[in-house]
Design a protein around this ligand. Structure first.
Ligand code: S3P
Length: 426
């Protein structure tokens, strides 16, 4: 249980934990690479620890202490057949990317996770991997876990994905690295491109032609040092806190600002929020900067189209900001929210309404009438880390006390969230 009361002010200088997407990939690629990979700034959250556990079960030595990790890769085919099911916990990224990797391995493996994972769609990766020749089975013809994978020889494909999903794109590209010929993926809107950038850092030739990204089979990864910047998706909660609490300002250091992830910055600025990007630099192909954030009166906005994949994980906390902004905010084209850790259209609407906010769920998003004063509420994270954190931020602006039940879910992506809030709240 997490308790939050109305804040007078937010201020200070902070860092947020490492980027979740980049941390997963660093462990996976390091495990498949030849030689040692060191990772600094790793996110020691539950999701990324699940990824470490899966690779350890396939014989990879991985040392982890806090945010420092060393992976002793043995090359792509250095994994051994796991003697138990691989448990991905709550992590969609782990299961979907690993399905692509396991499809190339000359052995049998079974992937499963928690109750939330058991409800999330897997055919979006299973389908194209089957087209490449992979043998994968699961409940409802491969839609749901557990996934049983008999890996082997694959053929390259040219795949047009119906969804903008980095997990789908990555699973196919990873399988493509060991398939015959070339494998390419095209998506309706560009999703986060951490896989492409990090594969390049590991020595892989990744080609881009327009919106199509492709790799050729038979390439090897070489171990290397990876620095993981702070997760902009975690920084988003602190940005929202500053926007909601008068007189606040905050410096968030060393945040990843990959353009496929900075939709939150664009949205906050479109709402009239003052946010400055300072000290920009490039580390392992990933842009990094410090964010200077200042409390601002926000106004409603429209969030749709290409912007959606660039802020998909931030929509819960954007909805919270919108509840306090002047005017209406419309979020559309975001039907992907329904298949996240929870149905986030439903969970945002049900939990935010408890604060007295006016929020209407739609088929593909939310409509929020801003400007209502918020009152403290009894919230349930529903086991979804981002719902827990978004509602805690609403609690900082709400009169009285807010309690968040099932707050331990927050450890999935932001260990130390409560302590960080405490440190910057006056
Ligand atoms: C992720 C991709 C996104 C995102 C998730 C992490 C990744 O999911 O929501 O939190 O690391 O590739 P989709 O690929 O399903 O859009």
């Amino acid at each position: 249980m997490l308790r939050v009361t109305k804040a007078d002010k937010i201020e200070g200088t902070v860092r947020v934990p490492g980027d979740k997407s980049i941390s997963h990939r660093a462990v996976m690629f390091g495990s498949l690479a030849e030689g040692k990979t060191t990772i600094s700034g790793f996110l020691p959250g539950a999701d990324c620890l699940s990824t470490i556990d899966c690779f350890r079960r396939m014989g990879i030595t991985i040392e982890q202490q806090g945010d420092q990790v060393t992976v002793y890769g043995k090359g792509w085919y250095g994994l051994k057949e796991p003697d138990q099911r691989l448990d991905v916990g709550n992590s969609g990224t782990t299961i979907r990317l690993m399905t692509g990797i396991m499809a190339t391995q000359p052995f049998h493996s079974v992937l499963e996770g928690d109750e939330s994972i058991a409800k999330r769609p897997m055919r979006r990766v299973v389908g194209p991997l089957r087209e490449m020749g992979a043998k994968i089975d699961g409940r409802q013809n491969g839609e749901y876990t557990p996934l049983a994978i008999r890996g082997g020889k694959l053929n390259g494909i040219s795949y047009r994905s119906p969804v903008a999903s980095a997990q789908v794109k990555s699973a196919i590209l990873l399988a493509g690295l060991q398939a015959d010929g070339t494998t390419s993926v095209e998506e309706p809107h560009l999703s986060r491109d951490h896989t492409e950038r990090m594969l390049k850092a590991f020595g892989i030739d990744v080609r881009h032609e327009g919106s199509r990204v492709s790799v050729s089979g038979g390439q090897t990864l070489k171990g290397r040092d990876i620095f993981v910047p702070g997760d902009i998706s975690s920084a988003a909660f602190l940005i929202a806190a500053v926007m909601m609490v008068p007189d606040s300002s905050l410096v968030i250091e060393q945040v990843g600002i990959n353009p496929t992830r900075t939709g939150i910055i664009d949205a906050v600025q479109a709402m009239g929020g003052r946010l400055e990007i300072v000290n920009e630099r490039l580390i392992n192909e990933e842009p990094v900067a410090d964010l200077h954030v200042f409390h601002s009166e926000l106004r409603g906005t429209v969030i749709e189209g290409d912007l959606i994949p660039r802020l998909i994980d931030e929509i819960p906390v954007i909805a919270v900001m919108a509840a306090q902004a002047n005017g209406r905010t419309v979020i559309r084209d975001a039907q992907e929210l329904k298949v996240k850790e929870t149905d986030r259209i439903a969970t945002v609407a049900s939990q935010l309404a408890k604060f007295g906010a006016s929020v209407t769920p739609t088929e593909d998003g939310l409509v929020i009438e801003g400007g209502k004063s918020l009152v403290g509420a009894e919230i349930d994270s529903m086991g979804d880390h981002r719902i827990g954190m978004a509602m805690a931020i609403a609690g900082l602006a709400a009169e009285g006390e807010t309690t968040i039940a099932n707050a331990e879910a927050i450890n999935v992506s932001f260990p130390g969230f409560a302590e960080t809030l405490e440190r910057i709240t006056r």
